[in-house]
Design a protein around this ligand. Structure first.
Ligand code: NAD
Length: 650
């Protein structure tokens, strides 16, 4: 026992001596200040430290740092390494076969009403699916008619009743299964996605799969926190209360989606809706129904293996008429529409007639501002990624590249050099909407050229071994704001370069655009980049980068002006799947709001004067004044003959 005490004593003494050494060394930094001299002599007298201890003094800060890293870093590292993997032990990962060749044949999905399903060509109505990069037939998908809409909505509604009160553990479990499922089947899913809209596998893998996985991950880690009741301040009038905002599932969500990211466009609203306790009826684009069949099947299987009701997720296969009916259907509580501005307007009008809330994610015409102090090589990389990702068929594609005149020459040279080496079918996918879109893109280029623009690369449609709908990767310079391409959404692989000199004029021009979705600012000057970021009238903005705001799932995604309203990502997106209720409760048990007699109905005499005094008491500063207010209030309460001062003063 004594030995142990001695050891502890010696250890403490050693640590103290080391601290003294460190202090001494720190003090000597200020040499020849009197402080260091004083420290030196005091320490010399108090601590009999040796040279070896002195030279080992660095051990203290070192060991403190190591300990801190160990204490705080290890749990973080463990969390990072373990995220995902351990779930496999507790969550069953359903097996799946996604051989497109097999799926081309009819596959029953159980209940006949529960399409989507792949069918033979004899089944009517159905939608034929082809690969836009080859024109190859992928299969037929049984289609719904407008008469089916109500049936699917009511199935979702019934399922939602029970799901509304499900625990966050159950919801997380579903999203985890979904996440694991997508991760382990990513190759098949990427292939399905790529075939359906004609894009290279890396595009599907990064844009559709990675974005979906990140969304799932965010829901798992942060979703519950976002949906917990949030406490608010009560203000000055009712300090005896506590106030909260509470979130409950909105009910049945209708999600109408486009074709450009066929997997992510479905997983995104479906996962948010399920996590928020809602059911969802998805109406995917008629151009990508083939992949929708598979995506919906994955979600429904994930629900089934978790023991949850697959009817929570319904899928309507059809064209605009089916979407239009869904927006108006009884039983739909909220509409999430992602698509063109023109269709968005129709959806908003139909929903407004029913006072039905909407979240509208519409078209974009995103700008990239390249300043004269930008790292030009990086700005070119960012612009090329922003223009050509998904062959430009992204709502957040960078459609207007505003390059400062000082760096324009270098920017154009570098950009043309890269773009001329890009290959359709490898770097760029097909134009999913086919010949209609190709003709439109050629028309936009012709219009720009006729008004003074110059094509430096590409500029027309092309094919791959005689097949598919492709557009050459294009660079066009001398762009002006009066050209059609400056105003209309391009949705194609065209890098259009505008130049600028004066910042204020450029900002005014850029902000006069009717769209306001995303944007990028390229500048090496942090303050300038921040300023430009603030000035842009858009929903999202990145500095020296493209699409990062869309990748960060904690951030709301959405735009201003013709790019829509509402947000579909982050906390705001989850709240968009909820009914929001404000609540107050008594702060202390038994301490309720009690009105003085004069304020109770029927109100007493001088009630208005009483109210003036209360307002003064609460909101006017000064102790003396408040005392006076109190005196008046007590007087009016206790003495019926009390003459209020505002009456007394006339
Ligand atoms: P689209 O507007 O033609 O179609 C979108 C969906 O709406 C499809 O499912 C379609 O069947 C349906 N629809 C058509 N008419 C309808 C109606 N009257 N009522 C209800 N639904 C109807 O758009 P698209 O060509 O499929 O997609 C490309 C557009 O989507 C581009 O403008 C792009 O910018 C936009 N988009 C926006 C975002 C975003 O988040 N802001 C994301 C992706 C795509």
């Amino acid at each position: 026992m004594i030995t142990i005490i001695r050891m502890i004593e010696q250890t403490i003494a050693y640590v103290l001596r080391m601290v003294a050494v460190v202090l001494n060394q720190a003090a000597s930094v200020f040499e020849p200040s009197p402080v260091s001299g004083l420290c030196q002599s005091t320490l010399d007298r108090v601590w009999n430290w040796t040279e070896a201890e002195k030279s080992a003094a660095w051990l203290i800060p070192f060991s403190i740092t190591v300990s801190l890293i160990f204490v705080f870093g290890m749990p973080m590292l463990f969390k990072f390494l373990s995220d995902g993997a351990p779930h496999l032990e507790t969550v069953p990962v359903p097996s799946a076969t996604f051989d497109p060749a097999e799926d081309r044949q009819s596959e029953s999905f159980g209940d006949d009403d529960v399409r989507p399903q792949l069918v033979g060509p004899e089944v009517k109505p159905s939608i034929e699916a082809t690969d836009p990069s080859t024109g190859a037939l992928l299969g037929y998908v049984a289609a719904h008619t407008v008469d089916d809409v109500d049936k699917l909505v009511s199935k979702a509604r019934v399922a939602q009743k029970a799901w509304a009160s499900s625990s966050f553990d159950r919801r997380r479990r579903v999203i985890r299964v979904l996440s694991n499922y997508v991760l382990y089947e990513q190759q098949s899913l990427s292939k399905i996605c790529s075939l359906d809209c004609g894009k290279p596998l890396q595009e599907s893998s990064l844009m559709d799969i990675a974005a979906s996985l990140e969304k799932f991950q965010w829901l798992i880690s942060d979703g519950e926190e976002a949906l917990k009741p949030s406490r608010r301040k009560v203000g000055k009038i009712v300090p005896h209360k506590v106030a909260h905002v509470e979130y409950s599932p909105v009910g049945v969500i209708a999600a109408i989606t486009p074709w450009n990211l066929p997997i992510n466009n479905i997983f995104n609203p479906v996962s948010a809706a399920l996590f928020a306790g809602c059911a969802i009826v998805v109406k995917p684009s008629e151009l990508t129904v083939w992949s929708a069949v598979h995506v919906i099947r994955v979600v429904r299987r994930a629900l089934t293996v978790c023991g949850e009701d697959p009817e929570l997720v319904q899928c309507l296969i059809g064209e605009g008429d089916v979407g239009s009916k869904l927006v108006k259907a009884d039983g739909v509580d909220k509409v999430f529409f992602t698509g063109s501005t023109a269709t968005g307007r129709k959806v908003a009008t139909a929903a407004a007639e029913r006072l039905r809330p909407t979240c509208l994610e519409l078209g974009g015409k995103d700008v990239c501002i390249v300043a004269d102090d930008a790292d030009v090589a990086n700005a070119v990389d960012v612009s090329i990624r922003g223009v050509f990702s998904n062959s430009g068929q992204l709502c957040i594609a960078l459609e207007r590249i505003y390059v400062h005149r000082k760096v324009k020459e270098e920017f154009v040279r570098r950009a043309v050099d890269i773009v001329k080496k890009m290959r359709v079918g490898v770097d760029l996918g097909a134009i999913t909407m086919g010949t209609v879109a190709l003709t439109r893109l050629e028309g936009l280029v012709e219009d720009a050229v006729s008004r003074g623009a110059k094509v430096l690369a590409g500029g027309k449609r092309t094919d791959l071994d005689g097949k598919g709908w492709f557009f050459e990767p294009t660079v066009i310079v001398n762009m002006k704001e009066d050209m059609r391409m400056a105003k209309e959404e391009v949705f194609g692989p065209i890098l259009s370069i505008y130049d600028w000199e004066d910042e204020d004029t450029m900002l005014e021009t850029v902000n006069s655009c009717t769209f306001g979705l995303g944007s990028t600012v390229c500048s090496e000057d942090k303050a300038r980049a921040n300023r430009l970021q603030q000035e842009l009238e858009v929903g999202m903005c990145n500095v020296n980068d493209f699409a990062t705001t869309a990748i960060c799932q904690s951030l709301p995604f959405g735009g201003t002006k013709n790019s829509g309203s509402g947000r579909n990502g982050g906390i705001e997106g989850l709240h968009g799947c909820c009914k929001i209720k404000s609540t107050t409760r008594d702060r202390f048990v038994g301490f309720k709001t009690a009105f003085p007699k004069v304020l109770r109905y029927p109100v007493g005499a001088n009630v208005a004067e009483f109210a003036y005094e209360i307002n003064d008491l609460i909101f006017r500063g000064g102790v003396i004044g408040k005392m006076d207010n109190l005196r008046q209030l007590i007087g009016m309460t206790l003495f019926p003959s009390w003459r209020p001062r505002s009456v007394a003063s006339g």
